[in-house]
Design a protein around this ligand. Structure first.
Ligand SMILES: [Zn+2]
Length: 126
C-alpha cells in the first residue's frame, strides 16, 4: 500500500470521492457524493455506471478503524473491511503498482546456436 503523509490521509478520509466506470464504453469519472446521494449513480451510455471504491476506504491500514461512509458501521479489521465492501457491491481499487512486463530478448546468435546444435545432434544420432 502506498504511503501517504498524515495530512494527506486525513484529507482523503473526509472527502468521499467515488469513482465510476461505464461498463459499456469504459469511461471513468470521479464524483464527490454526500452520503445522502449515495444511491444516485451517474449514468453513461443509457445505463448506470459501476461504482468503484476510491481513495477513502482504499487507504486504510491493517490496524486502522474507520466509520463506513456506506452505512455508518464501524469497520475495525481488514477482514471486516473486505466483507463490508463485498456486501455493498463495492470493490477496492488498488494502490498497488503492476509492473510492466519486460520483453525477453535473446542474446544475439542464440537462435542460430540452438538450431545448429539440434541439427548436429540429429546428424550424430542417425
Ligand atoms: Zn459509457
Amino acid at each position: 500500500m502506498k504511503q501517504t503523509g498524515k495530512t494527506e490521509k486525513r484529507r482523503l478520509k473526509k472527502v468521499p470521492i467515488y469513482e465510476f466506470k461505464c461498463p459499456e464504453c469504459e469511461a471513468y469519472i470521479d464524483k464527490f457524493l454526500p452520503l445522502s446521494e449515495y444511491l444516485n449513480v451517474p449514468e453513461c451510455c443509457d445505463r448506470p455506471m459501476d461504482r468503484l471504491l476510491s481513495a477513502p476506504a482504499a487507504i486504510i491500514q491493517d490496524n486502522t478503524c474507520y466509520r463506513s461512509q456506506l452505512n455508518g458501521q464501524m469497520i475495525t479489521s481488514r477482514r471486516q473491511h473486505r466483507i463490508h465492501l463485498k456486501d455493498h457491491g463495492c470493490i477496492e481499487v488498488g494502490n498497488e503498482k503492476i509492473p510492466e512486463p519486460k520483453a525477453i530478448e535473446s542474446p544475439a546468435g542464440l537462435k542460430e546456436t540452438v538450431i545448429e546444435t539440434v541439427n548436429n545432434y540429429k546428424h550424430k544420432k542417425r
